[in-house]
Design a protein around this ligand. Structure first.
Ligand SMILES: Cc1cc2nc3c(=O)[nH]c(=O)nc-3n(C[C@H](O)[C@H](O)[C@H](O)COP(=O)(O)O)c2cc1C
Length: 150
């Protein structure tokens, strides 16, 4: 399957999660992954992917404006999104907060799409990270799980 992973990052941690998920997906034969910063993505190119993953750091309890805008745009262009999954990075006790909001927004915008897996929420040690050691392995595992579902 062809997978697109879109992320926003301020300090690099969400990008690292995106890359580790991609490693997991690519480790299963027959998969191809593109990892793209949301600011560099041309929405007109999106048509050819089987699965879209969208990742954001938690900013103020939710996904960032740029990711929110990307998700809104997905519904206004002629693109068929069959399958999606989301991931976030957070500090303290905000486990899954941004993930749940992204999922809700995608389901509202694209009611015919399917959630490939419930979102992945990855804890960082501080504003600038790093990713908490104990959850680092979950990123690649999540990619493998996604790839094996197909
Ligand atoms: C403006 C701003 C607001 C933030 N608000 C929250 C928050 O409400 N809850 C939380 O858990 N983390 C919050 N954080 C911490 C980010 O989640 C953390 O910096 C991020 O996961 C690091 O990812 P990145 O390296 O990809 O930018 C905030 C960070 C910034 C910069």
């Amino acid at each position: 399957m062809k997978v697109l992973i879109i992320f926003y990052t301020k300090h690099g941690n969400t990008q690292k999660v995106a890359e580790l998920i991609a490693d997991g997906i690519n480790s299963v034969e027959g998969n191809e992954t593109e990892v793209v910063n949301v600011k560099d993505f041309d929405l007109n190119e999106i048509k050819t992917y089987d699965l879209i993953l969208i990742g954001s750091p938690n900013h103020g309890g939710r996904h960032t404006k740029s990711i929110k805008k990307f998700i809104s745009n997905l519904s206004s262009i002629s693109v068929k999104v069959n399958s999606f999954a989301v991931f976030d990075t957070y500090m303290k006790s905000d486990f899954e907060k941004a993930v749940k909001k992204m999922e809700k927004q995608i389901i509202e915008n694209l009611p015919n799409s399917t959630m490939a897996l419930p979102g992945l929420s990855i804890k960082v040690g501080g504003m600038k990270g790093p990713i908490v050691e104990e959850v680092l392995s979950k990123c690649k595992e999540y990619g493998i799980k996604l790839a094996k579902k197909r």
